[in-house]
Design a protein around this ligand. Structure first.
Ligand code: NAD
Length: 304
């Protein structure tokens, strides 16, 4: 079997275009312009790239977008006071603090100060609780798992009764992914670094979500015939075949061997990554719509 390649990049482009149209409609009908504030502390090159692409996507979606860049020796107090101002600013519907923060700043103190209804990353304990309690319609859902779910549903349709194995138990990806799959009535296993006989656990999965951070760890002979494989991992490895000192990005799944067994699989790059930014835009539009008293849109059903 050769797997269908799930083109996350194309689906994310489609989703961003839908969001841009819906933002335009919202502005015309209510005068509410979706607003997002991205806060970055320090000069981490990878963080700067992420923040720049989020700002660009926001502009393309017709949003009001502001960036606050703080020096890496900024005090925690100054950062908390900025979050307080953004919480009170009616032009801002979504607040995102780019992680990681410098060591002298208490990350959870900062994230917990963000108003839950403006928490477009979905990391606030209120949003974690709502998602876990099955109240997704009131929660802000973390972007990477929400994007991964859209990709799985596009190829599989109804997920009810499917065996799903999520490898990784982080708060950002693994745990919310498991909560989303459970809400779709999957039978969910969360595997992690202490799981015994991981290949065997994965062999029982109709849906595999790999969020580990270990390059090409999941091998083809772990994959059940026809399974849907969602590779969240982003790992940079040496690529001497491209020239001296060159590198390339790979996922947590060994794509070539897994594609021989899987029914469908996301590539890295071009799979889950672009969906994450698109879902950040979707969450911002959702926050703006909720502020105007409007219902949530079902983005997955609006894609072409
Ligand atoms: P994390 O380091 O917080 O969590 C990794 C998890 O993997 C842990 O729960 C750990 O128990 C588990 N693990 C580690 N070694 C294992 C092993 N040998 N067997 C089984 N489980 C093991 O990472 P994270 O933030 O969840 O990110 C995971 C990966 O996803 C990383 O590569 C990260 O770069 C990527 N990521 C991608 C996006 C995206 O937009 N595509 C977003 C977030 C994270």
């Amino acid at each position: 079997m050769t797997a269908t390649r799930i083109d996350g990049k194309a689906i994310a482009t489609d989703l961003r275009a839908t969001i841009a149209i819906e933002a335009e409609k919202l502005i015309k009908e209510t005068n509410v312009v979706p607003g997002i504030a991205v806060v970055i502390v320090g000069e981490d090159p990878a963080s700067k790239v992420y923040v720049a692409s989020k700002g660009k996507a926001a502009k393309e979606c017709n949003f009001h977008s502001v960036q606050h860049t703080l020096a890496d020796d900024v005090t925690e107090e100054t950062l908390l006071s900025l979050i307080g101002d953004l919480n009170d600013d009616p032009a801002i519907h979504g607040i995102l603090v780019q992680l990681p923060l410098p060591d002298h700043i208490n990350e959870s103190k900062v994230l917990n100060l963000i108003r839950p209804d403006k928490d477009v990353d979905g990391f606030h304990p209120i949003n974690v609780g709502l998602l876990t309690a099955g109240e997704r319609d009131k929660a802000m859902v973390p972007c990477t798992p929400a994007g991964s779910l859209i990709l799985a549903k596009r190829v599989l349709g109804n997920l009810s009764g499917k065996n799903a194995v999520v490898i990784g138990r982080s708060n950002i990806v693994g745990k919310p992914m498991a909560a989303l799959l459970l809400a779709e009535s999957c039978t969910v296993t969360i595997a992690h670094s202490r799981t015994k006989d991981l290949p065997d656990v994965v062999r029982g999965a109709d849906i595999v979500v790999a969020a580990v951070g270990r390059p090409q760890m999941v091998k083809g002979d772990w994959i059940k015939d026809g399974a849907c494989v969602i590779d969240v991992g982003i790992n940079r490895i040496d690529a001497p075949e491209r020239g001296e000192g060159k590198t390339r990005l790979v996922g947590d799944v060994d794509y070539d061997s897994a594609a021989e067994r899987a029914g469908s699989i996301t590539p890295v790059p071009g799979g889950v990554g672009p969906m994450t930014i698109a879902l950040l835009m979707a969450n911002t539009l959702t926050a703006a719509r909720r502020s105007a008293g409007l219902d949530d849109l079902d983005y997955a059903s609006m894609l072409s």
